[in-house]
Ligand binder design. Sequence first.
Ligand code: AMP
Ligand code: MG
Length: 313
Amino acid sequence: MDINLNKAAQLIKDGKVVAFPTETVYGLGANAFDPDAVARIFELKERPSFDPLIVHISHLDQLNELTEIKDSRVHMLAERFWPGPLTMVLPKHQNVPDIVTSGLPTVGIRMPANKTALDLISLSGCPVAAPSANKFGRISPTTAAHVKKQLSEADFILDVGKATIGIESTIIRLTNYGFKILRNGFITKEEIEEILPFDNSMQSEDLVAPGMLKSHYSPDKKFLILDNIDHTTDKSKAGLISFTGAYEKYFSKVIKVSERNDLKDYAVNMFDAMHQFEDDQSVEVIFAEPVEEKGIGIAIMDRLRKAEYNWQQ
Ligand code: AMP
Ligand code: MG
């Protein structure tokens, strides 16, 4: 057994905070049943207390510790999508501390598809509450180096290379009719519709999940979607996150996120490209090429818009 994994699991048992890989992004985890440990996640991330955490499990049995509902649809979805990037928001068990759910009566739960994450949760012997391992509002981390850049104060960082999916989980909640999407992510609406009908009824209280702000995932330098290109900007100091290759000639620095025109590559490489340009002193403005809002393109455009939000004039 990997000694780092044992060390990380022991730290979680001891109430510490550990950064670890999942298939989506790196998470900053603590024992979900230890309110003091969970409080440190909020503190380190500078995350507002209204923004609830997702709890990660390695075994379906752990569902019983986190939620009291017995709904066969949860098991149908788990069978199809877990381990994997689908988070289900379910009525919470009374033992789940309020700090985890920001006082909500529900808890977000998922089983990550990453061997290190699953081993860590199993060895820790508890569900692990873990948001992404970045400062609140900043670029999500897809490598251990990204975590070190923003959260060097974590008690330990488990490094197993780059996240394989690179974009956050899809978050859903169940309704009497079917499911609603609270956050778009790697798993598309169409994939979930193979199991349950999509509920498109309008109920004002569930249009947004708490913590879903207009600005998020943002670099610390000007970031714009290419649609909104400012023709006065000096492109010699601009970096382009390129997908099709069509606009590369206008820019001095280019990171191409896919060599085969596959949107999954955009998802995998998008945050890393933002980090690279953020670290590059010669780049003053970052542009990203938009994509069609279909399938995973919906989640990609959601992240790009949120990254851009505070930088629009
Ligand atoms: P992250 O910071 O990427 O781990 O995402 C956590 C997000 O999951 C939060 O910002 C919420 O929007 C959402 N979330 C977690 N728990 C709940 C819940 N109980 N109800 C609604 N949304 C939730
Ligand atoms: Mg996050």
